[in-house]
Design a protein around this ligand. Structure first.
Ligand code: 1CP
Length: 340
């Protein structure tokens, strides 16, 4: 197993660490903006295999990252289940919210295999072109996907979602179970198409009380990790329970994932203590220090490197790159990590 990122996920302390950046394909790159304009809408881009392949590869050409992450979105799963999805320009995603039995019953798992076909075609194309980089497939975690399905748009507090979890736990649990089952099918299909590792993005895990975190973050993630282990032995799973805070160690131990992403607010020294030594840690430079550049970027990069040296570790940001990031700052970051 020669690829650096897969070695780290197998428990090896690779040095210098493998690196990639969340949202490494995106609007901070002029070549992405060009393809994006050509594609029409964002969903059109995600379902266009030649263009989605091209934007996935753009950051690899520029920076030689150790991973390519499939260009798609976590909301393509509800889209594939027939829940209407729109990306209004400058407004973020909009979906008709699920609030009752009828909303849940309208989801149609029979649509999924046909709907995800163009995404799988992108994975197939990438699997023959990524070279030494590791091809990462992904999905949202069931909780974060359910957040958008129930709330109907982005939110800071996700009040409608948490209220459903408390007031109608049976309905919410059935939604989580349905999304969990479909996520297993979706990730499994990405692996069959050539993904070498998969990541579960749980961007909103941090809004949950501990009992709900156990039920709707840890349990579904553990179920997905177990299913991948059974169906695709040796294919690692990275969990990213953003802002898990004091639940991080329990997440790492109880889910059986091979890698854990830590967000910007996590102290990497503390995370290194709480995450079992055989589990890789991925993170966690503040994406805004990458905008700042200069002394702060150098100092903070070195602090992350020092905290996680000597254990399985994948250098990344604590959340996605923001559009105003200078591509030159990314080049400086790559040079600094490579020289560690
Ligand atoms: O105009 C554009 O180009 C659309 C912006 C955009 C992009 C580039 C969206 C809409 N999604 C993406 C790609 C994307 N999304 C990737 C591609 C691979 C990569 O390079 O990393 C991935 C992995 C995601 C995952 C994603 N989508 C998450 C989880 C990670 C995170 O950032 O927290 C979430 C929460 C989404 C929802 C989403 N999609 C797009 C937007 C603007 C949002 C966020 C809406 C909100 O704030 O709630």
């Amino acid at each position: 197993m020669a690829k650096k990122l897969l070695r780290a996920l197998a428990g090896e302390a690779v040095w210098p660490p493998p690196m990639w950046l969340m949202r490494q394909a995106g609007r901070y790159l002029p070549e992405y903006r060009e393809v994006r304009a050509q594609a029409g809408g964002f969903i059109d881009l995600c379902t266009n295999p030649p263009l989605a392949t091209e934007v996935t590869l753009q950051p690899l050409r520029r920076y030689g990252f150790d991973a390519a992450i499939l260009f798609s979105d976590i909301l393509m799963l509800p889209w594939a289940l027939g829940q209407g999805l729109r990306f209004a320009e400058g407004e973020g995603p909009q979906l008709p919210p699920i609030r009752d039995e009828a909303g849940l019953a309208a989801l149609d798992p029979a649509r999924l295999p046909g709907a995800i076909e163009p995404i799988l075609e992108t994975v197939r194309r990438l699997s023959t072109t990524v070279g030494d980089a590791t091809l990462i497939g992904f999905a949202g975690s069931p909780f974060t996907v359910a957040c958008y399905m129930v709330q109907g748009s982005g939110s800071k507090e996700w009040d409608q979602v948490r209220l459903m979890a408390w007031c109608n736990p049976d309905l919410f649990t059935r939604l989580i179970n349905l999304v969990t089952e479909q996520t297993i099918i979706y990730l499994s299909a990405q692996i069959d198409a050539g993904a070498e590792a998969v990541m579960l993005f749980d961007s909103w895990a941090g809004v949950l009380a501990p009992s709900l975190f156990r039920a709707h973050v840890i349990a579904p993630s553990a179920r997905i990790a177990a299913a991948i282990r059974t169906r695709h032995p040796g294919v690692p799973v990275i969990g990213f329970p953003r802002q898990a805070g004091s639940m991080l160690g329990e997440f790492a131990r109880a889910t059986g994932v091979q890698g854990v992403g830590i967000d910007t607010s996590a102290d990497p020294v503390v995370a290194a203590r709480e995450v079992p030594a055989h589990v890789a840690i991925q993170g966690n430079l503040d994406p805004l220090v990458l905008v700042a550049g200069g002394e702060a970027l150098a100092r903070e990069t070195d602090a992350v490197l020092a905290a996680l040296r000597g254990r399985p570790f994948i250098f990344n940001l604590g959340h996605g790159i923001v559009p105003q990031t200078s591509p030159e700052h990314v080049a400086e970051l790559v040079a600094r990590v490579r020289a560690a």
